[in-house]
Design a protein around this ligand. Structure first.
Ligand code: NDP
Ligand code: 8X3
Length: 253
């Protein structure tokens, strides 16, 4: 579709699936993440499969300086960002509130909340100048229903929900759409990261039911991003059939 789509966190999971989905439709993609070797591999793969261009924007969304230095130095043709997908994010640990690590809390808030704010703030001048754009944020069912030992991760996703609502009001005057995507359980590297590389513990999260895939979410995001200019999906909750909400998940369904 020849749009410019900027996706944060494309080295794995939902972000990578989004890069593949939009590239397959002919969009040009700006890909981000900290693991640069994976970004190079993804760029080569997408450019060889599709007639599109890919720009690598390797930075840590937690760093205000890295975010603004990189985005402000985009070549001019990449500044016409049509769609920003704020996907980079993580959970660290599942611990009772009184036992959880302050460092884990800092990293989650710094990534899921401040990172999203920094990237949005850096990209917005390009959208405002063109009086168009679409910001798609990755919230979660965890933002609506706090589960035991979910504490600050859940809080970070509630923040994404409120920030999305605030953006939608304040950016109305610039015709910028804002969508909050709220997935349930998606099998990606999410749980491996959450459990500090313990892949056996991560696999247990998805045992006994069929979780969503990154591609399932990418398809929904692509749909939201491809509607007529006068239509905005404000928020979209997507769960596996076995999951009713952020808390109620039926294993062995
Ligand atoms: P993955 O762990 O598979 O992917 C996370 C991506 O975020 C990676 O590309 C990672 O790249 C990137 N990332 C993490 N921290 C940073 C950072 N500081 N700077 C730049 N990039 C970063 O997880 P998912 O694909 O599942 O998660 C994507 C989003 O979806 C997250 O916001 C998550 O909270 C949300 N979500 C996930 C659900 C699930 O069940 N999986 C459900 C609901 C929401 P790198 O490490 O290379 O920097
Ligand atoms: C990720 C889904 O339920 O693990 O946001 O918090 S959950």
């Amino acid at each position: 579709m020849n749009r410019v789509v900027f996706i944060t966190g494309t080295t794995s999971g939902i972000g990578k699936a989004c890069a593949e989905k939009f590239a397959a439709a002919g969009d040009n993609i700006i890909i981000n993440g900290r693991r640069e070797e994976r970004l190079i591999e993804l760029k080569l793969s997408l450019e060889s499969q599709y007639k599109i261009e890919v720009l690598i924007a390797a930075f840590d969304v937690q760093s205000k300086k890295e975010v603004f230095d990189c985005i402000n130095s985009f070549p001019d043709k990449w500044k016409s960002v049509d769609i920003l997908i704020n996907n980079a994010g993580l959970a660290l640990g599942r611990d009772f509130f009184d036992e959880a690590s302050l460092d884990d809390w800092d990293t989650m808030l710094q990534t899921n909340v401040n990172g999203l704010l920094y990237v949005s703030k850096a990209i917005l001048p390009f959208m405002v100048a063109r009086n168009q754009g679409h910001i798609i944020n990755l919230g979660s069912v965890a933002g609506d229903d706090v589960y035991e030992k979910g504490n600050v991760y859940c809080a970070s996703k509630t923040a994404v929900e409120v920030i999305s609502r605030a953006m939608r009001i304040d950016l109305l005057q610039h015709s910028i759409k804002v969508t909050n995507i709220k997935p349930g359980a998606v099998e990606t590297e999410f749980s491996t990261v959450r459990f500090n590389g313990d892949s056996a513990k991560a696999a247990k999260v998805y045992e006994g039911f069929t979780p969503l895939t990154g591609t399932d979410i990418a398809q929904a995001i692509f749909y939201c991003a491809s509607l007529p200019a006068n239509v905005c999906i404000n928020e979209l909750e997507i769960t596996p059939v076995a999951q009713a909400n952020g808390i109620f998940l039926l294993k062995n369904l």
